[in-house]
Design a protein around this ligand. Structure first.
Ligand SMILES: [Ca+2]
Ligand SMILES: [Ca+2]
Length: 146
């Protein structure tokens, strides 16, 4: 069973710190049975206990906190980027990004068809503008695809 192999690698500590971290993230995904993207430390320990798997709980907690911090760091990074992008695009500072503004700021990087496509996908309330939230959602999606 793959999950057990992951944990045994964790116990043996034969892997490098970054490989352990990766394995740990994989196991977290497996432990997230209802796939809501969130597994608490307690739930995680439950999964291990249920499988009679013993690990160094201190190291487990340490890895767990680090994985959480990385996830949060990723969100913060996208937020910061989205804020900067929004303020760059919103030339007239009316708190909305129009197609004309996006075209003006992006210049040759985005042609008219590409901008139409961006708005068709991301202008969720169909008001013809990208709000801060719409731009943030757009950047969140594109950061996940990478
Ligand atoms: Ca504007
Ligand atoms: Ca909109």
């Amino acid at each position: 069973m793959a999950g057990f192999e992951v944990v045994s690698a964790l116990i043996k500590k034969k892997t490098t710190a970054s490989a352990r971290k990766k394995l740990f993230a994989e196991l977290l995904n497996k432990a997230d049975a209802n796939a809501d993207g969130a597994v608490s430390y307690a739930e995680y320990v439950d999964v291990l206990d249920a499988n009679n798997i013993e690990v160094d709980k201190d190291e487990l907690l340490r890895l767990f906190l680090r994985a959480e911090k990385d996830a949060k760091g990723q969100v913060d990074l996208v937020k910061t980027r989205a804020k900067t992008a929004f303020e760059t695009y919103d030339v007239n500072k009316d708190d909305l990004v129009s197609k004309a503004e996006m075209s003006y700021v992006s210049g040759a990087r985005l042609n008219k068809a590409a901008i139409e496509r961006v708005f068709a996908i991301h202008d969720e309330d169909l008001d013809g503008y990208l709000s801060r939230k719409e731009l943030y959602e757009m950047m969140k999606k594109s950061s996940k695809q990478k």
